[in-house]
Design a protein around this ligand. Structure first.
Ligand SMILES: NC(=O)c1ccc[n+]([C@@H]2O[C@H](COP(=O)([O-])OP(=O)(O)OC[C@H]3O[C@@H](n4cnc5c(N)ncnc54)[C@H](OP(=O)(O)O)[C@@H]3O)[C@@H](O)[C@H]2O)c1
Length: 303
């Protein structure tokens, strides 16, 4: 009871009844805790992931709270699946109040997706970019977009020339770049939204290092078991603590008008210099549209 994201984020008094939220990657870990917390605050929640039985279990927990909940399966390595997820959201609501772009992971094997794009970059960045672009007309005018990045975004640059390559692949490096892309994306989105007549906010956050989520399951050798054991130590950051900043950004009145910021522990923090580079933000935005073969979202409000 004490270790609930909404309590840690000090938003237990917020009433989200009547609000609709999509939390991607909510079959497990931080996304699951975020979805359940938003449900406890009153929101109806769409659950997403690939593991159907895990997704349905979260739906059952939300239904037991009296919430309207539904699961949508979509593989983030598939453009068609992401489009189908967006279509399912449009069927579900005309006014999505909260979009948590959380699905993602660290993948040990270097491979290209059907789009010819490095898998981690595609799953962790291109798919949330596409989903957000698809959902822009469906978002409520005061919607909040929350993107799960990581402190691992520090210490790397994007390296646009290697997006279509897995030569000398390092799972951790690829992960770092994708998490940098999350902050760049979130900030560019915030700037473009700011020039519209809508009040939609976009923020990203670092949840902390959380060994107890499903994060380590794709790592090699004994690492998944080691991470799980670390997660049981009393000093480890819990999954609920990891979800607290997402719940804060999605629900707190304190950040109603805050956009284009990066948070840790429910506090704004300065992301890396690479993440703050507006030229790279704009280039990533444009190149992501090119890679997906779509018109640039919010092109009319570009600086
Ligand atoms: N744990 C940490 O220490 C940590 C630190 C910093 C940032 N993060 C970020 O937190 C977010 C959530 O991670 P977590 O720690 O909660 O790990 P997790 O328990 O493994 O959850 C990851 C979620 O993403 C979904 N997902 C993964 N690959 C997918 C794919 N190809 N298509 C569709 N969905 C996919 C998973 O769904 P299915 O399994 O059902 O496909 C799952 O719901 C990630 O963006 C991660 O980068 C985690």
């Amino acid at each position: 009871m004490g270790d609930r994201p909404e309590r840690i984020a000090d938003v237990e008094g917020v009433d989200l009844a009547g609000k609709r939220a999509l939390v991607t990657g909510s079959t497990s870990g931080i996304g699951r805790e975020t979805a359940l917390a938003l449900g406890r605050l009153g929101a109806d929640v769409m659950i997403h992931g690939r593991d159907e039985s895990a997704g349905e279990a979260v739906v059952d927990e939300l239904a037991a709270m009296g919430r309207e909940a539904t699961f949508q399966r979509a593989d983030y390595a598939s453009v068609d699946d992401v489009r189908a997820l967006a279509a399912a959201v449009r069927e579900w609501t005309d006014d999505l109040d909260v979009l948590c772009n959380n699905a993602g992971g660290l993948f040990r094997e270097g491979k290209l997706t059907d789009l010819g794009v490095e898998y981690t970059f595609h799953v962790n960045h291109l798919s949330p970019y596409l989903l957000t672009a698809e959902l822009l007309p469906t978002l409520a005018d005061d919607a909040r977009i929350v993107t799960t990045s990581s402190g691992a975004h520090r210490g790397v640059d994007i390296e646009f020339e290697s997006i279509r390559s897995v030569d000398s692949y390092s799972g951790f490096r690829a992960y770092q770049r994708s998490k940098l892309a999350n902050v760049l994306f979130s900030n560019e989105l915030a700037r473009r939204l700011d020039r519209t007549d809508r009040s939609i906010t976009s923020n990203s956050f670092h949840p902390g290092a959380i060994p107890g989520s499903g994060f380590a399951r794709f790592l090699p050798g004994p690492l998944p078991r080691l991470f799980a054991a670390l997660g049981r130590l009393p000093m480890a950051t819990t999954v609920a603590e990891g979800a607290a900043t997402a719940v804060y950004l999605a629900a707190s009145p304190q950040v109603e008008a805050v956009s284009g910021q990066y948070f840790t522990d429910c506090e704004p923090e300065t992301p890396s210099a690479a993440a703050r580079d507006t030229t790279t933000q704009r280039r990533l935005w444009e190149e992501s549209a090119t890679l997906l073969g779509i018109d640039e979202p919010l092109a009319d409000v570009e600086a």
